[in-house]
Design a binder for this molecule. Structure first.
Ligand SMILES: NC(=O)c1ccc[n+]([C@@H]2O[C@H](COP(=O)([O-])OP(=O)(O)OC[C@H]3O[C@@H](n4cnc5c(N)ncnc54)[C@H](OP(=O)(O)O)[C@@H]3O)[C@@H](O)[C@H]2O)c1
Length: 258
């Protein structure tokens, strides 16, 4: 029997085939039922299986943010390595391995120089999508030069990347997702930073939000999700929440309330 993580990746491949009409839903349901009974799932394994199930139904966007108890994703200087512990980082890399594409904003590429690979776990690297409409990310960033996976850019042409053409220059979350879906990249991880995740959330384009909360307080620093002001609690976003322990951290697996 293959290890559970390999079987989850296989199930995601089946979900992709179901989504594109090349595989029956029954085959996936049987695989998922078997997986849900296993006792060797990775931490937060049921959350990964929920993503697989959701991905069979159609295009899907999962977003993640690692934050402190007081909702900070980085210090005021932009230092964020690492908010979370190793188990949460492994979870992030599993998310990368399950999706077709991973998107980050320009601020993250400038501050963190991420490679967005799956180096902590087995599994393929996703296509990388850099949202950099002003071309302000320096050309020496890993995304442009490490060759670990293709890089698509929203913004001006860059060496080491391919431009994602957006009709009429519309760089709204909906337009970006449509352009990715046209390339059959329709299961997408929006990895950060906070500004980017907030804009996708505000646009109603996030199907699952994985908030990885560390038991730490910064008391200062860069905020996580920021949305237009709500005057009363009626304006708060509500979610169906499942919680999983990831080492010292807690994963809040959030589905927007209908
Ligand atoms: N803890 C975590 O999980 C985590 C994850 C990732 C990053 N981070 C931290 O987050 C910080 C960076 O985050 P941030 O919120 O400042 O910036 P960010 O979200 O990484 O980047 C924001 C910028 O990306 C561009 N962008 C994003 N979406 C776009 C869209 N739909 N259309 C056009 N442009 C778009 C815009 O660039 P322009 O400004 O050029 O218009 C925007 O200002 C860093 O400190 C990093 O360490 C933390």
């Amino acid at each position: 029997m293959s290890d559970a993580w390999a079987a989850i990746r296989e199930a995601m491949a089946t979900a992709r085939a179901v989504r594109h009409g090349a595989e029956s839903r029954a085959a996936l349901d049987a695989a998922l039922a078997g997986l849900r009974r296993r006792d060797d799932l990775p931490p937060a394994g049921p959350a990964l299986l929920d993503l697989v199930e959701r991905a069979a139904a159609g295009p899907m966007v999962v977003a993640q943010l690692g934050q402190t108890l007081d909702g900070r994703i980085a210090t005021a200087t932009g230092h964020s390595h690492y908010v979370n512990g190793p188990e949460a980082l492994d979870h992030l890399h599993r998310l990368r391995a399950l999706v077709d594409a991973v998107a980050v904003g320009a601020g993250t590429a400038v501050d963190d120089d991420p490679s967005l690979t799956t180096r902590r776990v087995a599994g393929p690297n996703p296509v990388r999508v850099l949202l950099d409409p002003n071309g302000r990310v320096p050309g020496d960033r890993r995304l442009f030069r490490d060759g670990a996976a293709p890089t698509l850019t929203v913004g001006p042409a860059r060496a080491g990347a391919e431009r994602l053409e957006l009709p009429g220059g519309d760089s709204s979350p909906a337009a970006i997702l449509a352009a990715l879906a046209a390339r059959r990249l329709d299961v997408v991880l929006v990895e950060g930073g906070a500004w980017t995740v907030s804009r996708f959330l505000e646009a109603g384009r996030i199907d699952r939000l994985h908030l990885l909360v560390a038991p730490t307080l910064l008391g200062s620093g860069r905020p996580g999700i920021v949305l237009p002001e709500a005057a009363t609690m009626d304006g708060a976003r509500r979610f169906e929440a499942r919680r999983y322990a990831l080492g010292e951290d807690t994963l809040f697996d959030l589905t927007p309330a209908a």
